[in-house]
Write a protein that binds this ligand. Structure first.
Ligand code: MLC
Ligand code: 5AD
Length: 693
């Protein structure tokens, strides 16, 4: 909450005032000259299909004003499956690029000088084989290790909390990420060994203070582990980088980035760092994907510009601006260009780069920075009181905090208290001009990767691969050996990403998370709302007619771990009176059939945000048919372009919900579909449903 206005009284005595940009505690920015000397890096997250297609996109980005690269890997790669693994099929190349071996990595950077361009790689679960493949690819291109500049995300804790692309259990995972930091700090001195991320917390529902608190809590846990290896803070700390989301809460976002530097500087100083370099937080920011809408997508250009400005006023070192078609698909060539141009215009047309920390000294901003830091300190104290972030994760506290945030936001939107233009206010009846969306031909990518893997396996020295994998497996059982060093050896002799992961799984157990959703919170926010109460009554009446409440099974199919949407829907429907069960992440069609046989359900809901809806629903419908379960009404929610609705309906999907659909619309549509089935009305083919209908 802001005050109506701020005065000198609000900043009197503030301890953090008085430093200049580039001076500890770095509230005003990590460098004295800031963007006058070097503007933030325009670094657009990019990756889809195979290495050649993504390589072409990288070259285009660099030719059109991008200043660094940022690789998005597909879900199969994230989870350590080679593209030819049966579990991975539907997801190959969908949400990022498919990389199975060092050969793919070499094609990814073909014609790009890795001694000149810095490269970020968003990889956590399969960090060992991917980092290894990057190092070997550079080595075989003749680029020396000290010349490599870039960042590996290597932030596994937030995967367990929100992003869900983990492979191993937390303990071995922590060992792996510490091994990576240790190896890089000695061997690749110019490479940032972690990008400790808040972005995904915000996307999952956290407000800026919670986002920052969880990020710093994770950073502390990493510092503890690295310190236990005997590494000197002044040697590695400047290579721990940060990553924040920037949403529409403009002033708060700027305050958050300023407070982040303040708190990090204090933390590192408290731990005994001497150099200024160690205490200086550097960060990447990305505008919020969640804040963008499928309705009137051009509005997203405006939202992204505003968010980008908050990131820049906050003093970010690197920035990704989302494409306006975010809520519909991956960026097309055109939307990616506009997203990049947003940053070029800020850098080159506005004069924003000429002054460091223009908000410095503002009564409001300085006082908000302090208030933000205080809120974060209070969260950190709560986490400490629980014994640390791993305990807070295991007890469910972290997900409860984030889900609470996401449910309150959803109820504020559904009741109209929080405005989203074009969604809950000023909804337009005009058809939106349709833009060409990027379409990934998943099956073509899959076939190509399969052929490449087969060829690789024929042409390599099989005995050398076996030996290297055996050494890696033995290393996994032996703390004290560096697993990145061993993985580099395996990747060099052409072991695949999947094989390296499999070798590690011999001694490190795969992690399985529980699916949880909160009850009671959403309804509490909507108690006064007539639309909500009507839904509650309808559910009750349905239940009375049937003798039981309508029971729904909600599942995530494939490798997509984005579960904010399904959790909100599960909580909302449960609160409305439905019986709701949520299946585990990464369910297969066979597992879904098993769940459906275990108890009675009236309907099945599937959430897919990865773009793999067509192959996954086809597989599911096949399995349902085989198991004689195909009479159950099926609905799908997620990022589903309207062009795919007919194909989904032909497969037997009754309802399709786009992101942001109001809860009562979802609930009532399901009840209507169930009622139609009960009275044997032949067609339950409701169209694509979104929040503006
Ligand atoms: C910069 N430099 C300056 C300066 N500005 N020196 C003096 N004065 C100034 N004004 C120096 C820096 O110290 C550094 O040198 C060099 O110039 C490069 O600048 P940088 O600020 O380090 O920029 P960059 O190389 O771009 O690195 C930014 C970073 C890095 C530190 C934040 O970690 C990074 O690029 N992160 C990107 C992460 C990312 O893209 N993630 C995508 C996640 S998407 P030196 O010698 O000090 O290095 C995702 C979505 C999902 O996660 O879920 O899938
Ligand atoms: N290419 C470009 N942007 C992507 N995002 C995710 N995958 C890709 C990709 N392959 C963006 C979206 C999403 C955020 C996590 O990153 O904006 O919200």
């Amino acid at each position: 909450m802001h005050k109506p206005y701020y005065t000198q009284d609000d900043i009197d005595g503030l301890a953090h005032l008085g430093s200049c940009p580039g001076e500890s505690p770095f509230v005003r920015g990590p460098f004295e000259s800031m963007y006058r000397q070097k503007p933030w890096t325009i670094r657009q997250y990019t990756g889809f299909a195979g290495a050649d297609a993504s390589n072409a996109a990288f070259k285009r980005t660099l030719a059109e004003g991008g200043q660094g690269l940022s690789v998005a890997f597909d879900l199969a790669t994230h989870l350590g499956f080679d593209s030819d693994h049966p579990t991975a099929q539907a997801d190959v190349g969908r949400t990022g690029v498919a990389i199975d071996s060092v050969e793919d990595m070499k094609r990814l950077f073909d014609g790009i000088d890795l001694s000149q361009v810095s490269v970020s790689m968003t990889m956590n679960g399969a960090v060992l084989p991917i980092m290894a493949a990057f190092i070997v690819a550079a080595e075989e291109r003749g680029v020396a290790r000290h010349q490599l500049r870039g960042t590996i995300q290597n932030d596994i804790l937030k995967e367990f909390m929100v992003r869900n692309t983990y492979i191993f259990e937390p303990e071995p995972s922590m060992r792996i990420c510490t091994d990576v930091v240790e190896y890089l700090s000695h061997e690749l001195p110019n490479f940032n060994s972690m990008s400790i991320s808040g972005y995904h917390f915000q996307e999952a529902g956290a407000d800026p203070a919670l986002e920052l608190a969880l990020t710093l809590a994770n950073a502390r846990a990493y510092l503890d582990r690295i310190a236990a290896r005997g590494l000197d803070l002044d040697h590695f700390c400047h290579r721990l980088s940060f990553f924040f989301g920037v949403g529409m809460n403009f002033f708060n976002e700027i305050a958050k980035l300023r407070a982040a530097r303040l708190l990090w500087s204090e933390e590192v100083e408290r731990r005994g760092a001497r150099s200024e370099r160690a205490k200086r937080m550097k960060m990447h920011c990305q505008t919020s994907g969640w804040s963008l809408t499928a309705q009137e997508p051009q509005n997203n250009l405006i939202r992204t510009t505003i968010e980008a400005m908050a990131g820049v006023f906050g003093g970010t070192q690197s920035l990704h601006t989302n494409a306006y078609d975010e809520a519909l698909s991956l960026p097309s060539e055109h939307s990616a260009r506009l997203a990049r141009n947003t940053q070029l215009i800020l850098q080159q047309e506005t004069g924003i780069c000429e002054v460091a920390d223009p908000w410095g000294g503002s009564y409001m901003m300085e006082s908000m920075t302090k208030a933000m830091a205080d809120r974060v300190r209070a969260y950190l104290a709560q986490i400490d009181a629980q014994g640390g972030i791993l305990q807070a994760l295991q007890s469910g506290w972290v997900s409860e905090q984030i889900q609470t945030g996401s449910l309150h936001t959803q109820s504020r939107i559904d009741t109209g208290q929080q405005a989203i233009i074009g969604v809950n206010r000023f909804v337009s009846d005009e058809p939106t001009p349709s833009a060409a969306l990027l379409k990934v031909e998943g099956s073509a990518v899959l076939n190509e990767q399969r052929t490449r893997i087969a060829h690789l396996k024929q042409s390599r020295d099989g005995a050398a691969v076996e030996q290297a994998l055996a050494r890696l497996a033995a290393g996994a059982a032996q703390p004290g050996t560096n697993l990145l060093a061993l993985t580099i050896d395996a990747i060099r002799v052409r072991a695949t990403v999947g094989e390296c992961t499999q070798a590690l799984l011999g001694h490190m157990r795969r992690y399985h998370a529980d699916s949880r959703f909160l009850r009671g919170l959403y309804a509490a926010d909507r108690r006064q709302d007539t639309a909500w109460r009507r839904l509650e009554r309808q559910v009750k009446t349905f239940g009375e007619g049937e003798g039981h409440a309508p029971a729904i099974l909600l599942v995530k199919l494939g490798l997509d771990g984005h579960d904010r949407g399904i959790q909100v829907v599960a909580s909302g429907l449960k609160d409305a009176g439905f019986e709701v069960d949520m299946g585990p992440l990464f369910s297969t069609p066979e597992q879904v059939c098993k769940m459906l046989k275990f108890r009675h359900y009236d309907a099945l809901g599937v959430s897919i945000l990865s773009g793999a809806h067509l192959p996954l629903i086809e597989q599911l419908v096949g399995a349902l048919r085989e198991n004689r379960l195909d009479a159950i009404p099926l609905f799908v929610g997620g990022i589903i372009p309207e062009t795919d609705t007919a194909a989904l309906q032909d497969l037997g999907v009754s309802l399709i919900f786009s992101p942001g659909t109001r809860m009562e619309v979802i609930g009532e549509s399901i009840l209507n579909a169930l009622a139609a089935v009960r009275c044997h009305c032949a067609e339950v083919r409701a169209p694509y449903i979104s929040s503006d209908r």
